[in-house]
Design a protein around this ligand. Structure first.
Ligand SMILES: [Cu+2]
Length: 237
């Protein structure tokens, strides 16, 4: 998972409550995509949850209605971003990012376990160039889940597993990424490919059944990004 915050899971029909405690020295928030909220639970732009001062708590309540779940052309679970949204650009670059995974009501394992029944493993990959030095090239960290040059581990699976990849991106105009797997293909909403295009705040979920064992590259196919370290390996046993 690298730099990503905890994954929040739910099924359609659930209500999510996040007990947020700001242990930093700056005001922060949690702004979710996709789920239903009122102004106080938007985590941005005013409202009670829009800016939580250092040391203070807030409970966000988010409704997982039908419109937060998979659409007719989607797989059984889909991904949404959440991130801090007081000074969003700065806070996202600090790594205050995570994801929600929402499963269709009739595809969840059980009331206690909202993970989808028709999938064996779910992986999450954030493609983002972290801007650590006011746009100086040396401070542009071309990262997958916040890690560069093969330093991300944990993408491990076996041949024949039903694997779902949740792909998200954030960042700036340079964050146009082409996510590429070596060794296998994915089903992207009915399209067969081994490259998925994502842009800042893109969120998409694609399915794979690995067919070929190996320690394979998983990387951005944009030349400049590849050279700058936006690559890691993933293992198929
Ligand atoms: Cu890229």
């Amino acid at each position: 998972m690298g730099i990503l915050g905890p994954t929040i899971r739910a099924a359609v029909g659930d209500t999510i409550k996040v007990h947020f405690l700001n242990k930093t020295d700056m005001p922060l928030s949690m702004h979710p995509h996709g789920v239903m909220y009122d102004k106080d639970n938007e985590g941005a732009d005013g409202g009670k949850g829009g800016s939580i001062p250092p040391g203070e708590r807030y409970t966000y309540t988010w409704i997982v209605d039908q419109d937060a779940g998979p659409g007719p052309g989607d797989p059984s679970s889909i991904v949404w971003l959440y991130h801090s949204h007081v000074m969003a650009e700065e806070e996202v670059n600090l790594g205050l990012i995570g994801t929600l995974i929402i499963t269709a009501a009739d595809k969840a394992h059980s009331d206690k376990n909202p993970a989808p029944r028709d999938v064996d493993q779910e992986f999450i990959a954030l493609y983002m160039i972290f801007n650590e030095e006011n746009d100086e090239e040396s401070g542009l960290k071309h990262a997958i889940n916040g890690r560069i040059f093969g330093n991300l581990s944990g993408f491990e699976t076996r041949r024949g597993q039903r694997v779902r990849w949740h792909l998200v991106a954030l960042g700036n105009e340079v964050d146009n990424h082409t996510v590429h797997w070596h060794g296998q293909t994915v089903l992207d909403h009915g399209r067969r490919t081994d490259v998925v295009e994502i842009m800042p705040a893109s969120m998409t979920s694609v399915d794979m059944v690995p067919r070929s064992p190996g320690n394979w590259l998983f990387h951005c196919h944009v030349n400049d990004h590849m050279i700058a370290g936006m690559a890691t390996r993933w293992l198929v046993k």
